[in-house]
Design a protein around this ligand. Structure first.
Ligand code: PMP
Length: 288
């Protein structure tokens, strides 16, 4: 079965899926995207992802080419047509292809909507067993990181720097020495006093959907959560660290800049939160 993608109303083999070279996503990174996990053939926490998508579109003044419910239908159709049991649905909306390359918003141009599926082992991930290594890098991004734009060059460079250093994720650090977030994930530490610390939502970070669900699960478990910035030095000294994202759920962080975190193995609370998240994601009735 060939991989099937969606482009502006049509389902077609991925190899035949095309957009114009005048598409503003290609020319200006003038667009937004979402990634939702699929587990057991079901999209996980997709209402949160679609609500963030609506927010990203509103902030950039891009009109959605389809109502959100119809976008959810497209995603479900891609899950079915690609036979995805576990993996991701990627979707992207750009301001469309006007007839030229003019910076100003084009009048009367229909936005472009593309989506595709990717199979991936998410629940039984080996990274969850081993934990991941993190490299800290300066945060080179623009000032509206709450919008999930397709302008990801700083994150691409950050991730590559991490991989080149033998790590799996980069944590980006602001001008005050505080961690903002991962290149494609939310950053958490757990202090020696057992407080789960993560940066509050603001324009400085993307409001993670997984972050929000994990915070609710942690609160339900009676764990202490502190929403505040934390420095790289505080992270080095943490008892545990972990990251969250739709495509990786919860992953323990075992070292930062080559310094082992805690014992250097995945921490107990990080593993607990991963288990709780998977239970919640695969059994959504369980938490109000
Ligand atoms: N921050 C950034 C910069 C990201 O790219 C992602 C992944 N989309 C996240 C955080 C995590 O967000 P979510 O849990 O909604 O996937």
């Amino acid at each position: 079965m060939p991989d099937i993608a969606y482009v502006n109303g049509a389902y077609l083999p991925l190899a035949e899926a095309r957009v114009s070279i005048l598409d503003r996503g290609f020319l200006f990174a003038d667009g937004v995207y979402e990634v939702a996990a699929v587990i057991g053939g079901r999209l996980i926490d997709n209402e949160a992802h679609l609500s963030r998508l609506a927010n990203s579109l509103r902030e950039l003044g891009i009109e959605s080419p389809l109502p959100m419910q119809k976008i959810a239908d497209v995603e479900a159709e891609l899950v079915a047509r690609n036979g995805v049991n576990e993996g991701l649905i990627y979707l992207q909306i750009t301001r469309g292809a006007a007839g030229d390359r003019d910076f100003a918003f084009p009048a009367g141009t229909t936005p472009t909507l593309v989506a595709f599926a990717q199979k991936k082992i998410i629940v039984a991930s080996s990274a969850a067993e081993t934990g991941v290594k993190v490299l800290t890098v300066p945060d080179l991004r623009w000032a509206r990181r709450d919008i999930k734009t397709i302008a990801l060059l700083a994150q691409v460079l950050a991730k590559q720097a991490a991989l080149d250093a033998g790590c799996q994720e980069a944590w980006m650090v602001d001008q005050n020495g505080l961690v903002t977030e991962g290149s494609s994930s939310t950053a958490f530490i757990i202090t020696k006093a057992n407080a789960i610390v993560t940066r509050p939502n603001s324009v400085a970070i993307l409001p993670g959907c997984t972050r929000k669900a994990v915070q609710s699960l942690a609160a339900r478990e009676g764990l202490t959560i502190e929403e505040r910035g934390f420095s790289v030095a505080e992270a080095y000294d943490a008892k545990e660290a972990f990251l969250t994202s739709a495509s990786n759920l919860v992953l323990p962080v075992v070292s930062i800049d080559g310094r082992p975190i805690g014992s250097g193995a995945p921490g107990a609370n990080s593993r607990l939160l991963r288990t709780l998240y998977i239970e919640w994601a695969t059994n959504p009735g369980a938490m109000g």
